[in-house]
Design a protein around this ligand. Structure first.
Ligand SMILES: [Zn+2]
Length: 102
């Protein structure tokens, strides 16, 4: 489990705050979309610049990459490309550190 460190925004040096964000993953030449819900990230309160910890970004890539690969490898279009949601539940420890942060 990862705890987000407090840091300044690299874009505008504004205050950053830990948040759970949603991201839509897409790939070129692939109609499939994967929405990932509940990603812990630092979000700038001024310009909304977002930083996802590297380990978390890598982990999510390792989840969604095989889904895209499987879609790309389809030789025949059997069904329209699906929309896939991956949802991470909010956990107690995170909620606590979120309220500590502000
Ligand atoms: Zn900023």
């Amino acid at each position: 489990m990862i705890i987000l460190k407090k840091r300044k925004c690299p874009e505008c040096s504004g205050e950053m705050t830990p948040r759970l964000i949603n991201l839509l993953y897409k790939r070129e030449h692939c109609d499939l979309q994967v929405e990932v819900i509940g990603i812990p990230a630092n979000v700038c309160i001024k310009c909304f610049y977002r930083i996802i910890p590297g380990k978390i970004a890598k982990y999510i890539d390792s989840l969604v990459d095989p889904i895209f690969q499987s879609q790309i490898n389809q030789e025949e279009m059997l069904l329209p490309a699906p929309h896939i949601d991956i949802q991470f539940p909010a956990i107690e420890r995170e909620r606590r550190s979120y309220s500590d942060a502000g």
